[in-house]
Design a protein around this ligand. Structure first.
Ligand code: HEC
Ligand code: HEC
Length: 345
């Protein structure tokens, strides 16, 4: 028996090669105040399902994912207990069936957020997903931790994820970040094309050429394969900026940041019906028309928008626009809309 146990431990040590196999023994108090003998804390390491053609996912050392942490984050995401008056959960606006967004509204979808270091349309939150969650939980929701601490289920779930049933904002944010990182989209037709698993049609291929060359110049900011560079740019939607249209300027105070917004990923873009930070466009044709011949000049305009030869817009013909849209359609990956692992637990 003892030998077998050792073999299993050794095997799992090599397989999991993490500190988690050193199952830590805890001697703590349970809810009745009596002493628990050796409660087992042994979370299972989780590895994110990163497609082979994606960049490496850099994870914060202080928040290594575990099955228990991801599961807890998922439960919290769908639970209105995070809201002080139980009025809404994250999923009240970020609907899985709409790519974790709301149709017709400028709710930023959750897709491949693990790769982001700037958050919200105007980029006012930076660094890690944990920092974004700090904003969502503490400022946006104003979560009352005592509600979770006093609930029947959460203390034991936090114990399973973090080794003690103590609940604070930071642990809520860590669990949510672990869950959001698991929402990886890498199975669109275009992803399969990049992995040499599927061909694009002639029209899609011609659209890709426009997207990925100086002709359309889209790739500079909507970079492959995530379809975003994660940076902030002013793409010339306005020439005079007021209120929320000031973008990152509201955080930095630097005039060069006026009108700068986060480049949204174009994954699933044709499943949406509201485009840009303020939802000013409701069709993809309006968006393409903007790039084609409606870019407005200002001092903070991104130089890419007015490169030599583009002074009068991109000059795309209706046929080229048709092909560009055919290409954008290959970025649709509905697997994340239906994957039961991301749904309400
Ligand atoms: C009332 C609707 C609503 C609710 C509820 C909501 N969100 Fe959002 N979320 C939005 C909107 C709108 C944006 C874009 C806002 C902006 O950029 O200023 C957004 C943006 C985000 C972003 C930034 C994504 C990016 O690409 O930068 C994250 C992350 C996020 N929400 C997570 C959450 C989490 C976690 C919860 C639950 C604690 C939550 N949201 C609850 C509407 C909502
Ligand atoms: C200089 C960088 C840059 C270039 C070049 C660029 N984009 Fe964008 N794109 C952005 C930014 C930034 C936004 C968000 C702007 C905002 O909301 O104010 C955006 C928004 C979009 C949106 C709306 C997405 C949504 O979810 O709201 C689409 C669609 C889009 N771009 C497609 C394209 C296409 C097609 C091209 C090439 C013809 C292109 N972009 C070129 C940076 C760029």
């Amino acid at each position: 028996m003892v030998k077998m146990y050792l073999v299993i431990k050794l095997r799992s040590f090599f397989v999991l090669s993490g500190v988690f196999t050193l199952n830590i023994l805890f001697y703590g108090c349970n809810d009745n105040g009596s002493t628990n003998l050796a409660v087992h804390y042994s979370p299972t390491p989780y590895s994110y399902d990163v497609p082979t053609h994606f960049p490496q996912m850099i994870l914060p050392v202080s928040n290594s994912p575990t099955f228990e942490g991801v599961a807890l984050g998922r439960k919290l995401y769908y639970d209105s207990i995070l809201h002080p008056w139980n009025l809404k959960s994250c999923s009240s606006c970020h609907f899985q069936e709409f790519g974790f967004s709301t149709p017709g509204v400028n709710v930023l979808p959750h897709v491949n957020l693990a790769y982001n270091s700037k958050f919200l349309w105007n980029g006012r939150i930076s660094n890690s997903l944990e920092d974004a969650m700090r904003f969502e939980v503490r400022e946006f929701f104003g979560t009352d931790v005592s509600k979770l601490q006093n609930s029947a289920v959460y203390p034991s779930l936090f114990f399973k994820a973090f080794g003690s049933s103590y609940i604070n904002h930071e642990r809520i944010e860590m669990a949510l970040a672990q869950f959001l990182r698991s929402i990886v989209s890498g199975n669109s037709k275009f992803d399969r094309f990049l992995r040499h698993e599927e061909n694009l049609s002639l029209s899609e291929m011609m659209g890709f050429t426009i997207f990925n060359s100086e002709k359309g110049d889209c790739f500079h900011c909507h970079s492959l394969p995530l379809m975003t560079d994660g940076q902030l740019h002013n793409i010339g939607l306005d020439s005079v900026f007021v209120g929320s249209d000031l973008g990152f300027f509201l955080s930095s105070g630097n005039p060069a940041d006026k009108g700068k917004f986060k480049t949204p990923s174009l994954r699933n873009v044709l499943t949406r019906s509201s485009f840009m930070h303020d939802g000013r466009f409701s069709t993809i044709d309006e968006v393409i028309n903007h790039y084609n011949n409606d870019v407005k000049l200002s001092n903070s305009l991104d130089p890419i928008m007015t490169k030599p030869g583009k002074e009068f817009g991109l000059g795309l013909t209706p046929f080229e626009i048709h092909n560009l849209k055919a290409f954008l359609n290959t970025l649709t990956d509905t697997t994340i809309f239906t994957n039961p692992l991301f749904g309400k637990p």
